[in-house]
Design a protein around this ligand. Structure first.
Ligand code: SF4
Length: 733
């Protein structure tokens, strides 16, 4: 692509930043090279100047000297950093040879395709799934990290955890309709920088903003109230609020009777639901069963009232660290507000019991009837309507699926060979050997060693790519054709030729399919597959196709613009069609109600607490999306080195000073890092923001500090549920 004129070409930035919609980028191109990036236009108002610092850093990313430009084959020991450039032909042939060899030896499921969250184009994400489905291989389904809260919301509301992010929540521009908004364990002022302005606007318009967070975050700074909570005790706070609401009869009885399973009868002996509601919430007593026998029954509501009665304000204060008066005021304010919203962040997600926390919080909203109305709801910070394209037309060819595994099942398959073995892994769109997989030292000494072949598709030699046998250079957002679908449909189109020999994920998997002998099933062009996905019966997409998208670049297909309200129709896709507070199928796991359970590790009740008394938090940075962008100079100048933040009292107890080098450690790992004494921290916890690459730490890394325990009711690793200790070192450079 060569042109003496400067032209502007619209494409889309699409990392896992939860921007809703993803930001359009106008790239200025001169002589075949991008010389500037700027916010692109949208066809409807409200999305002006939409680009964050990372979007602007895309220019440095594009032409970075360390961008991978040719396929590489390992020639030294794994991880030794010795590589040989090879042709695409050799790379594809080697990949397919290994896949066939492993398939013959162990079966087709022994080959795993693991695509993470580095990009959201439907072709880019769907290509490994299509290829895995066609070759009978395994693939990792949405799981592993950030699915604890979504799974809890799924238990309550019935919407699949993988899609709750959008359809279950309210869009952030609905915040203006809330009298009260509780931001629970999230920091959208930093992590949703292009969207959080909606919260500021809402506050200006009169919404009372409460931020619940152990740390006085940037969002706490723009809130009316900051409630500092002991990390991991959020479920207890929710139950204590529910106790106040029930005790003071502040609940919405008619909502509970009509839309929840609170009035359903439960057999006291067996715990089984009787599948029929009582006409009053507080019913209990003998009841004639269908077989004519008598049973003692009570309602779910009574069981809930009994459960939360243990969480009176002063008991809850001891558990959560939130003082009793604050808790009581918050409960009353939430119940009285008309309406009130709760927006949950990932700060309450990466815990062993995150699903229980989400269910407790959902129960609060249900008790007060704050569901399905503008200004209400329980959202994963934000939700939104999604254009109903048919992605499955591409990623599930002829309705075939890969052998889907959760990340945990896949980890077990690799390390223990159950339920079947996995011997080859192809990773795209992610850097799981950096921080996504917990207990990094175990990953290096066990997981990686058991794999016979590792292929990585990426833009850079990441901490995952370093351990690969072959590394394939991927095309960037400026070099590929794709669509990004949320409330809009946006075209991601080639702006310039690929750097070096980089290829789009779509082209890579199409070449693999050809070499594997299944090219007939991967023969269409990117544009043709996109057209297939847009060809649906939905009236929303009636006039939308690839030809129109190529002209308009971005389409808002809805008849009118309005904030999105989850469950506005009060249809809940649960078995009962109601919000389910009681889950009969979880009785055996002792989780039929959203009980409060202490964190699995980060609890003062854990004997380990004496040895490792600090909770390690690893929240997101303003300057990275997980590990993406961490290697850019633009980012490094703003956050030059990783630091551990610690409360002044914790630093003082350990005779540690501001700027000193310290060691943060537990029995699993250690990291040497500079200390930042920070009054916004809560005493008893330390914070190392996630996403730095391993070589950015002086010694060790914090990703070896996490553990791989996970709850039987989620598919979520507990990255925050971690204890550590910290000590000063003699060095101070
Ligand atoms: S990284 Fe920034 S520019 Fe890119 S989509 Fe997300 S918010 Fe927008």
């Amino acid at each position: 692509m060569s042109n003496d004129m400067t032209t502007n070409v619209r494409t889309v930035c699409d990392p896992n930043c939860h921007a809703n919609p993803k930001c359009g980028i106008a790239a200025s191109v001169h002589n075949g090279r991008i010389i500037a990036v700027a916010p692109a236009d949208y066809p409807v108002p409200g999305y002006e100047n939409r680009i964050c610092m990372m979007g602007r850093a895309r220019l440095e990313y594009q032409y970075h000297a360390e961008r991978l430009r040719k396929p590489l084959k390992r020639i030294g020991a794994r991880g030794a950093g010795q590589w040989q450039e090879i042709s695409w032909q050799e790379a594809i042939a080697l990949f397919v040879e290994k896949q066939k060899e492993i398939t013959e030896k162990y079966g087709s499921r022994a080959v795993l395709f693991h695509q993470i969250s580095g990009a959201y184009g439907l072709l880019t994400r769907g290509s490994p799934l299509r290829y895995a489905a066609l070759t009978g291989a395994s693939a990792v389904r949405a799981s592993g990290i950030d699915y604890g809260i979504a799974r809890g919301l799924q238990y309550a509301f019935g919407v699949d955890a993988a899609t709750f992010f959008k359809s279950g929540g309210h869009s952030l521009n609905d915040a203006v309709n809330s009298e009260l908004t509780i931001i629970w364990g999230g920091n959208p002022a930093v992590t949703r920088s292009v969207d959080h302005v909606a919260l500021k606007k809402a506050r200006k318009a009169g919404t009372h903003l409460v931020c619940i967070d152990p740390v006085k975050s940037e969002t706490a700074g723009i809130s009316d109230e900051w409630i500092s909570i002991r990390p991991g005790s959020d479920g207890a706070l929710a139950l204590a609020m529910a106790n106040q609401i029930i005790e003071q009869k502040l609940y919405d009885e008619s909502f509970l009777l009509e839309y929840s399973n609170m009035p359903f009868l439960v057999n006291v002996e067996t715990g089984r639901l009787l599948k029929e509601p009582a006409s009053e919430l507080a019913f209990c007593g003998p009841y004639q069963l269908q077989d004519g026998s008598q049973a003692r029954v009570t309602t779910v509501f009574n069981l809930v009232a009994d459960m939360v009665s243990e969480f009176d304000a002063s008991s809850a204060e001891k558990i959560t660290g939130v003082d009793a008066a604050t808790l009581v005021t918050l409960a009353r304010r939430y119940a009285h507000a008309s309406p009130a919203a709760i927006r949950i962040g990932y700060g309450v997600d990466r815990w062993y019991n995150a699903d229980l926390t989400a269910r407790s919080i959902s129960m609060l909203a249900c008790l007060c009837g704050h569901i399905g109305i503008p200004g209400g709801g329980v959202s994963l910070v934000s939700g939104g309507r999604r254009v109903p394209v048919k992605g499955a037309r591409f990623y599930a060819p002829e309705r075939k699926s890969p052998n889907f595994l959760s990340m945990m099942e896949a980890d077990q398959a690799v390390t223990e060979g159950t339920p079947h073995t996995i011997k080859m892994e192809c990773i795209s769109l992610g850097n799981p050997y950096n921080q996504v997989k917990p207990n990094r030292n175990k990953v290096l000494t066990d997981y990686i060693q058991k794999l016979e072949f590792i292929a990585v598709i990426d833009h850079f030699m990441t901490d995952t790519a370093k351990w690969a046998d072959i590394v394939l250079p991927a095309a960037s957002i400026f070099e590929r054709t794709d669509i990004i679908v949320d409330e809009f449909i946006q075209l991601q189109q080639p702006v310039v030729d690929p750097e070096g020999e980089a290829k789009s994920d779509f082209e890579i998997f199409r070449a693999l399919a050809e070499a594997f002998g299944i090219g007939d099933y991967f023969h269409k062009s990117a544009e043709e597959y996109i057209d297939d996905m847009l060809d649906t019966d939905s009236p929303v997409l009636e006039a939308v196709n690839m030809a129109r998208l190529k002209v308009e670049k971005v389409i808002y297909p809805w008849p009118a613009q309005a904030p999105y309200v989850g469950f506005e129709d009060k249809v809940f896709p649960t078995d009962s069609g109601r919000i389910e507070i009681y889950k009969e199928d979880l009785i055996e796991l002792d989780r039929e109600l959203p009980f409060y359970r202490e964190p699995i590790e980060a609890s003062p009740l854990n004997p380990l607490f004496k040895q490792f008394p600090l909770v390690l938090l690893s929240s997101h940075s303003r300057y990275r999306i997980h590990s993406t962008f961490a290697n850019l100079d633009l980012v490094k100048t703003r956050e030059p080195e990783p630091v551990v933040r610690v409360h002044p009292a914790d630093a003082h107890e350990r005779e540690i000073e501001e700027g000193q080098l310290v060691e943060v450690f537990n029995a699993r790992g250690r990291v040497k890092i500079r200390c930042c004494v920070d009054g916004s921290m809560r005493k008893g916890c330390v914070l190392i923001r996630e996403g730095h690459w391993i070589d950015q730490f002086i010694e060790g890394d914090p990703y070896g500090l996490t553990h791989d325990q996970y709850s039987p009711t989620t598919e979520n690793y507990a990255h925050y549920d971690v204890l550590v200790e910290m000590k000063g070192t003699a060095e101070n450079t």
